[in-house]
Every structure is written in C-alpha cells, then in structure tokens.
Design a binder for this molecule. Structure first.
Ligand SMILES: O=P(O)(O)OC[C@H]1O[C@](O)(CO)[C@@H](O)[C@@H]1O
Length: 611
C-alpha cells in the first residue's frame, strides 16, 4: 500500500487483486443502476437530445446510485487510479457507470487510443485546418515527427530559459528605469494566449516573484487604463509580452496600441521593452521585427491556442516569475506517458473521458462543475472552460452530421462556493456533475497549528470537501475527485496534461474535431460588421452636421441614408454608445425613448467628409 500523509492508497498490483476478488459491482447492485445505453458517438436526434437532458427514469426510481457504504468503499478501492511519480490520484467511484457501460465503451476507447497515437505521430488531426496537433511534443521533443520540429522545440525552450535568466539577473534591463532591472511583466493576449499564463501564475508564482505579472486580456479601455495606472512609474521597468498565435486578434492589437500610447506619453521607447510571442511572419511578428522589439519567440502552427501553455506562451511568463518551467514540463510528460497505456483502468485521461460520457450522456446533457479546494487553483476552472468548451462545443461531427456537441464547464473554488451555489447543486436542478480537486498538503511549509483541539484550518477545508462530496452523492449527484499532494510546477503540469488528453480522447469518442474553433469566427465577423456600420453612421452624421444649420437626424433617417433600414436597432445601439461617450450629441429626445431621438455630431470633420 502506498501512503501519503497518513492516508493509505492501494498499489496498482493490490488494486488488481482487489478487482479479481471483488467485482466492480455485484449484479444485485447493477440492477439499481442505469442500464447500458448506446449513447456515445450517436448523432443527436431531437428525441435523444430531449430525453437525455432529463434524469433517467430508472435513476429516480431506484434512488439512482449505489448507497451502501461498504459496496461504495469497494468500488472506490477497485477503481482508484494512482500515479506514484506524480503523487496524483483519480477517484471515479462516485460516477455510477456500470460494468456493461464500461464494456460497451472499451472498443470505442481503444479506437480513441489509436487516434491519439496517430495524432502524436504527426497525423493531420485537425482536418479542417489541415494541421498537425503537436502540444504533446512540447514536453517530449523526441516524439516530434521529424528532427526539424524537435530542434525548433528544444531551441525555443533554451531561448526562453536564457532570456528569462538574463532578465531576472538584469543582464537584459530596461533603458530608462531607476530600478536598473525589469520589475513587472505586462502580458497582453486573450483566450489561449492568456488563460494558461493566468492560471499558472495564480497557482505557482512565489510570494515575491522576481517579476510581478499583470494581464490585459480584453479590449475594455477602463480595464487597460486600470492596469497602466497600477503600474504607474514602474511602466519604465515593465516588460510587455504581446501574445497572439495569429498575430491579428483585435483585442490583443488594441491592448498593444493602448500600451504603446502609454509608453509614448511617458517618453519611453516601447521597442526596448516589448516582446512578441506569435507565429512567424504574422502581423505581430512583422511589427515586432520592423520596430526592433527586444525579443521574439515563436508559436508553432501545430500548437493550438488553448493547448499552448507548455509553449513559449505559458513558459516565458512563468519563467520570468521564477516558476520552474522544466518541472512543469516533467509533470506534463509523466502524465502524457501515463495516458498512453491502452489499459483503460490505468489511463487517467481515459477514465475521465469515460466518466464524462456516462455523466453527460455523451452529448453534454450535464455540466461539469470544477471545484478545487485550494485558493491557488481558483483559475483552473476558467482555464478548463476554454480547453473543454472551445474544443468540444461543435455544431458538426467529423462526418458532417449536425450534433451540437459540448460540455459546459464552470466553477471557482471550495469551500468558498459552498456559500454561493452548492445549495442549488445539492437540492436544485440536477444538471451537472462535479469534479473536486483535492490538495493533500494544507500548508506548503508543512507546519500547522491547531486552531481548536485536534483540528487545523486545513482540516476544515478537508472536511468541507469530503462533506460536500458525500452530501451531493447522498442526493444522487455524481462526482469525480482528482487528488494531488501539493500545488507544484510538476502537479500543475500534470493537471494540464491530464485534461488536454481527456479532451482529446473524449473528442474521439464523440467523433468531433477538438482542434478548430469555427464558431468563434461568426462572432468576430459580426463585430467587424458592427464597426463597419458605425463608420457609415459617422459619415452620415458628419455630412448632416456640417450643414448650415446643422441637421440633426432621427434613427430612421440615419438608417435610410446608410441604406440599411433593417439595421435600425443596431443603429440605435451604436448611437447610444457614441452618445454615452460624448462622441455624438442628442439634439432631441432621450435614449430611453428611441423614436424621439435626433442626433448630430458636436464637431463636423470636413476632411473625413471629402476624403
Ligand atoms: O492567440 P490568438 O491568435 O490571438 O487567439 C486568441 C484566442 O482566440 C481564439 O482563436 C478564439 O477565441 C482562441 O482559440 C485563441 O486562443
């Protein structure tokens, strides 16, 4: 038996013995569970979609899940996954899949394993974009399909380590800061170019990092101003890292332009403090090269944004904060290794995918609530939200069938959330399953004190987790528990790798492309159309406002002159936004009564009018 912090867990060999001696669930028990269903990989018909979102009738009738504590204990022991090198455990005992379900999923999982093997060998696993999917090579460059890619990965890692060392040791320093070294990192990026670095910083940055980090991950001017104001005079000793795989994401571009303006206004030379992480020859890369920025690091075509934490995207910011990035890579690599076994019970990512299939009916009928009981893991659910939802939330499967797939992820942390929404989880609408993340060591220092006889603060946190797990299960709410010993670079690397692989396997089970995001384009295109309409409105208003006397226009008149009468609602919203920011003036009426409004511009721009 392996022992961690006084808790005994069975070794794999012991588990096998137990498995032989104790069936997963005795037949009498299986009778009370959900019968096997052919659910995974089926195109979603309207009837299956509707029925799957309801709690299966037999679950209600039979009190849903096994309740006998001794049988549950056997199930717990029998299914417990342990990774000794990582000190990581996975408990799937509170997901009530049956042996029949397991048997039914086995061939599908074997197929998924073969697909993952092909992916790791360099197959075009993202067919829509004609791309390989190579994030697993980042932590084991020997796996890369050719030596060119291997060298690219190794050289980039060397360059990251050297650059971070040079910055931290002030070999590379800002040109005009009295500090004589860089003290702050300002990371500008969004989605996969922000969420990983944010999560890792929150989880792992030391209390006094060599460089503190801040993020601009939106095109919210007030948010940007706030970050710049917080930096204050330290702008002069701020290293600005602009991260964008495509190099053309509007929010990131806007953040960069705003920061460059702040540098100009402070009399600072941005190029001496700017770093770009992007694909070669992207707009951002070319800008950084032409303007002679301090450094540029590559993003690879075969690494997707949401799986880029182990590329320069995540590693450079982490290294600058003094986080041991090589340990992160080791953790991820060890987890990848564990996930290569084709023995489902020994493959933690496959076990997760199996649980998701059971709990959500293979069609996302239940949400995944992620509850780490550790403050430093607060952003894990946010990170997973993109990883899971952007990967799995797809309209079509790989064969072109409309499936509207997905798996909703949300959560913050325990026990905080017990005082927010656990009430509903325990008693309200039954549309979720929980993933608890447990951290065994309460205080990294190891020293603790008893705030009442025999009980520490950490014991309370532990009690809250176990109590919530039990209370939810008593009310038929299923859960998974992932346990790590501590929040370290190694365990965080392992957690990221675990979920990356679980998403990959689950995507194979439901036959979708996990590596593209066509749906995001629709929103981006629509945003572009709004801005194009705004420019037309401004031109129309400008013309009317240049007249003598000024001609205030109603919304209908603006719509007519823009030749888009059907867009009147959007025109109203644009006008209201312009008026709220003093860029248009309301001559008559108010925004509360749209039909009454007449608008003009405070200053007409003749140059624009005749441009
Ligand atoms: O790194 P980029 O190209 O700026 O993209 C940022 C994010 O935008 C998306 O393309 C769409 O949200 C994500 O997939 C990506 O992580």
């Amino acid at each position: 038996m392996a022992s961690i912090s006084g808790i005994c867990y069975p070794s794999p060999a012991h588990r096998l013995r137990l498995r032989r001696s104790l069936p997963i669930l005795p037949p009498s028990c299986i009778r009370h569970l959900r019968p096997p269903r052919s659910i995974v990989g089926l195109p979603r018909s309207s009837s299956s979609a509707a029925s799957s979102s309801a709690v299966p009738a037999e679950k209600i009738k039979n009190g849903a899940v096994e309740k006998d504590p001794i049988k549950l204990w056997h199930r717990y022991v029998d299914w417990l996954y342990q990774n000794k090198e990582l000190g990581l455990f996975l408990d799937v005992s509170r997901i009530g899949f049956t042996e029949e379900f397991f048997d039914q999923m086995e061939p599908k999982l074997q197929k998924a394993f073969r697909a993952m093997q092909d992916l790791e060998k360099g197959a075009i696993a993202n067919p829509d974009e004609g791309r390989m999917v190579g994030h697993y090579w980042l932590r084991n460059p020997k796996l890369a399909p050719n030596s060119f890619l291997r060298l690219q990965i190794e050289n980039t890692l060397d360059a990251i380590c050297k650059f971070a060392d040079d910055v931290i040791s002030a070999k590379i320093k800002p040109p005009s800061s009295s500090a004589g070294r860089f003290t702050q990192v300002l990371s500008v990026g969004i989605g996969g170019s922000a969420l990983g670095p944010q999560f890792v910083s929150e989880a792992l940055a030391p209390d006094n990092p060599p460089l503190k980090i801040r993020f601009i991950d939106n095109t919210d001017p007030a948010g940007i101003d706030h970050q710049i104001a917080q930096l204050g005079p330290e702008l002069a000793s701020t290293l600005v890292i602009v991260i964008s795989k495509s190099g053309g994401t509007p929010e990131t571009r806007n953040g960069l332009l705003e920061i460059q303006k702040a540098f100009r206004e402070a009399g600072l030379d941005f190029s001496k403090q700017g770093v770009a992480i992007t694909q070669e020859n992207s707009l951002l890369d070319n800008t950084a090269r032409i303007e002679g920025w301090l450094a540029r690091f590559p993003m690879f075509d075969w690494v997707g944004g949401r799986t880029s934490e182990m590329s320069a995207v995540g590693l450079l910011p982490a290294a600058l904060q003094g986080i041991d990035i090589k340990e992160m890579l080791v953790g991820a690599s060890l987890m990848d290794e564990a996930n290569r076994t084709t023995v489902v019970k020994d493959n933690p990512a496959a076990l997760l995918a199996l649980c998701w299939s059971w709990a959500s009916g293979g069609i996302g009928s239940k949400d995944m609530v992620v509850l780490p009981y550790k403050d430093s893991l607060l952003l894990f659910s946010r990170y997973l939200q993109q990883l899971v939802m952007e990967s799995l939330g797809k309209e079509f499967d790989l064969d072109g069938n409309r499936v509207n797939q997905g798996l909703t992820v949300y959560g913050n942390k325990g026990s905080t959330d017990q005082h927010a929404y656990i009430q509903q989880l325990r008693e309200g609408v039954h549309n979720f399953f929980v993933t608890f993340i447990e951290v065994l060591h309460d205080r990294p220092s190891g020293h603790d004190w008893e705030l009442e006889p025999g009980v520490t603060c950490g014991d309370y946190l532990f009690g809250m987790l176990q109590g919530t797990r039990s209370a939810l299960y008593a009310n038929d709410r299923e859960s998974i528990t992932v346990t790590v010993q501590q929040v370290t670079p190694r365990s965080v690397g392992a957690l990221i790798a675990l979920y990356e692989r679980a998403v990959g396997i689950y995507a194979c089970l439901i036959n979708i492309n996990a590596y593209h995001q066509p749906g995001v384009e629709a929103g981006k295109k629509a945003a572009g159309e709004v801005l194009a309409l705004q420019k037309r409105i401004l031109a129309v208003l400008n013309e009317a406002s240049c007249k003598e006397p000024i001609e205030p226009l109603s919304l209908e008149e603006i719509a007519e002159r823009c030749h888009v009468p059907e867009q009147i609602e959007m025109i109203y919203k644009i006008v209201a936004h312009l008026a709220a920011n003093n860029r248009a003036l309301i001559a008559e009426g108010s925004c509360g009564s749209p039909r009454s409004i007449k608008v003009f511009l405070g200053e007409c721009n003749v140059d624009e009018l005749y441009a």
